[in-house]
Design a protein around this ligand. Structure first.
Ligand code: NAP
Length: 314
């Protein structure tokens, strides 16, 4: 048992009979650990296309069973969660469509929502409810060993149900995430993509860029980049170690929102560049004062705390 049960009570009756998790990476394995520990489903079954990952998942005791294929895992499931990169959601939905039972809920965890909705909806069989989700929680690690059950504790999970979505299906998906101690918010896929464009996607792009720039400089100052990285570089660029496939898909599938945010960011950067060039200390000071207040507001909201500090009792 992890410390999670101190904060999210274990259910006496499971919420779902069979929960299928497709993709055993950081997010899939974390859901499996939390769902089994908190009795959110009577039977948690996982699937992964890679035999070595399935073998590792068995060794780790993830869920109650590991299926050989996504189709086998999804068959008869009450709730199916696609935990694969955004760009793979459509193909996996098409693959499992024939095995989804009427009344089942299909969900995902993709970091982009409009593109996933567009890719999945055409494959949705009649009588199956699609409730897309995005847990705003993660680390820079990936694979079946990366998961831990308290990953979603006190983190947002955004649901983006399509217009006219079945209310019971949405409520049960909400219960699943709240059962893992996440805080659920509902919004449209388009709004989600805009908000996450600035709060998550752009910061990742900047971190990836800066690490690349430093690497280019490394020919001259290789040892200094490592030696002095505690001066901001190390913390700021932690996210540049995130999974390349996942992030390639995020940028390819949230293109418009990211380009919009990148445009605004470039304009703001030009203003600061100009202030530095012309020695305009007043502009710099005004900007840094404003951003310090914004940053402190984020910390006060509790979305930026070490794992041990963010734990809350129910
Ligand atoms: P991960 O640890 O890299 O795992 C990705 C999983 O997807 C692996 O099981 C992988 O299978 C599978 N996969 C990759 N390409 C596939 C394909 N073409 N067809 C079928 N399966 C495929 O990634 P993750 O961090 O769990 O991310 C999974 C999803 O969660 C992504 O949509 C991501 O946007 C979203 N998400 C991530 C975070 C985060 O911080 N990491 C946070 C919130 C949401 P193999 O084992 O065969 O490679």
């Amino acid at each position: 048992m992890s410390e999670l049960v101190d904060f999210a009570p274990r259910r006496s009756e499971p919420l779902f009979g069979r929960l299928a998790i497709i993709g055993i990476g950081l997010i899939g394995s974390s859901i499996a650990l939390a769902a089994k520990e908190l009795n959110l489903a009577a039977h948690v079954v996982l699937a992964d296309r890679e035999p070595a990952v399935r073998a590792r998942a068995r060794e780790l005791g993830l869920g109650h069973a590991i299926a050989e294929t996504a189709t086998e895992a999804a068959r008869g499931a009450d709730h199916v969660i696609l935990c694969v990169p955004v760009g793979a959601c459509g193909a996996v939905a098409a693959e499992i469509a024939g095995s989804l039972k009427p009344g089942a809920i299909l969900s995902d965890v993709g970091s982009v929502k409009s593109a996933v909705v567009e890719a999945v909806l055409p494959h949705l069989p009649d009588g199956v409810h699609f409730v897309p989700a995005h847990p705003v929680a993660g680390t820079e690690n990936s694979g079946p060993d990366a998961g831990f059950p308290s990953l979603f504790l006190n983190r947002w999970c955004i649901l983006t149900p399509p217009d006219g979505a079945d209310e019971t299906a949405v409520a049960r998906t909400r219960q699943l995430w709240e059962g893992m101690a996440a805080i659920v918010e509902i919004m449209t896929p388009q709004h989600h993509d805009l908000v996450l464009g600035i709060t998550s996607h752009l910061p990742h792009l900047i971190a990836y860029t800066i690490v690349g720039t430093a690497e280019d400089l490394a020919a001259v100052t290789q040892s200094e980049v490592i030696k002095f990285s505690a001066g901001g570089f190390r913390d700021f660029t932690r996210i540049a170690a995130s999974d390349p496939t996942m992030w390639r898909d995020v940028f390819l599938h949230n293109k418009e929102a990211v380009l919009e945010m990148l445009g605004r960011f470039s304009e703001d950067l030009s203003l600061l560049t100009r202030a530095i060039r012309y020695g305009d200390g007043e502009t710099l000071h005004r900007h840094f004062t404003r951003t310090r207040a914004i940053r402190r507001g984020i910390v006060a909201l509790g979305q930026e705390k070490p794992e041990t500090e963010k734990l809350r009792k129910p």
